[in-house]
Design a protein around this ligand. Structure first.
Ligand code: 5GP
Length: 239
């Protein structure tokens, strides 16, 4: 059993600790929430516990479909043992339906179905506000190789396929989401988290938002939305 050592990194929603095994790290999920690059700050009570369980559940499902991730095993309510990856400093956004910044950028009302899946890349840099970049910027900046980007794109599309199908049965529409990838043992693996913090989940019947937009946009019932996602995923309930 890997023993927890010093904190290596503290982000907005998570802490990452070293362990006595150099190939492993421990992620600790917090209830802290931020939006708009840290301008809005708050707490979503119980979020850390829910995001830990939801992310591990979805990464386990993805593994069954051949998508490798950093997940090793959940250690406790808020702690998960992961492979210690080198994070590729690119946020990968996958979109099925227009919402958020895409709606603003191209003038499509939120909820407009896209004719095909959109893949976007952002440079992971808080000081610059995570600007959108393309594959030529990624090559020019040396952020990832062409081969790595091919793997990242095909894995991101596979994640979209698997999660869209899975969530549909739970009456959840997967609008869009953000992924991060890491290098482990010379391979690209899925890293970070997949949760209501990083995805837009809309109730398929009512269109109700069941994700972090409730916090970002002050819609109320934030904790309840996170609970509802946990409940549907873990209960497998079909409403
Ligand atoms: P948008 O670009 O419309 O703001 O976000 C698109 C999708 O990616 C949403 O599901 C959003 O939650 C996720 N996303 C994009 N950037 C970030 C980020 O910096 N942090 C988190 N938690 N999610 C993000």
């Amino acid at each position: 059993m890997a023993q927890m050592r010093e904190m290596m990194y503290e982000g907005k929603a998570k802490q990452v600790f070293a362990t006595d095994d150099p190939t492993l790290a421990i992620i600790h999920y917090k209830d802290d929430a931020t939006a708009f690059n840290g301008l809005k700050k708050g707490t979503i009570v119980g979020k850390g516990v829910i995001n830990n369980v939801v992310s591990n559940h979805l990464m386990t499902l993805l593994k069954e479909h051949g998508v490798e991730s950093h997940l090793v095993e959940q250690l406790s309510e808020r702690d998960t043992l992961v492979r210690r990856v080198q994070i590729v400093p690119i946020e990968v956004i996958v979109r099925n339906i227009a919402a958020g910044s895409l709606s603003k950028r191209i003038g499509y009302p939120e909820g407009t179905k896209l004719k095909s899946t959109v893949l976007e890349y952002c440079y992971k840099n808080d000081d610059l506000g995570d600007p959108m970049i393309n594959e030529t910027h990624i090559a020019a900046m040396g952020l990832a190789t062409k081969e790595e980007m091919d793997d990242i794109a095909s894995m991101a599309l596979k994640v979209n396929e698997v999660l869209t199908d899975y969530l549909k049965d739970l009456n959840i529409e997967l609008i869009d989401f953000k992924l991060e990838f890491g290098r482990f043992d010379g391979r690209i693996v899925l890293a970070d988290e997949i949760s209501p913090d990083t995805c837009r989940f809309w109730d398929s019947k009512t269109g109700e938002k069941l994700d972090k937009d409730r916090f970002r946009r002050d819609l109320g019932d934030v904790e309840e939305a996170y609970q509802e996602i946990l409940h549907r995923l873990m209960g497998g309930e079909k409403k």
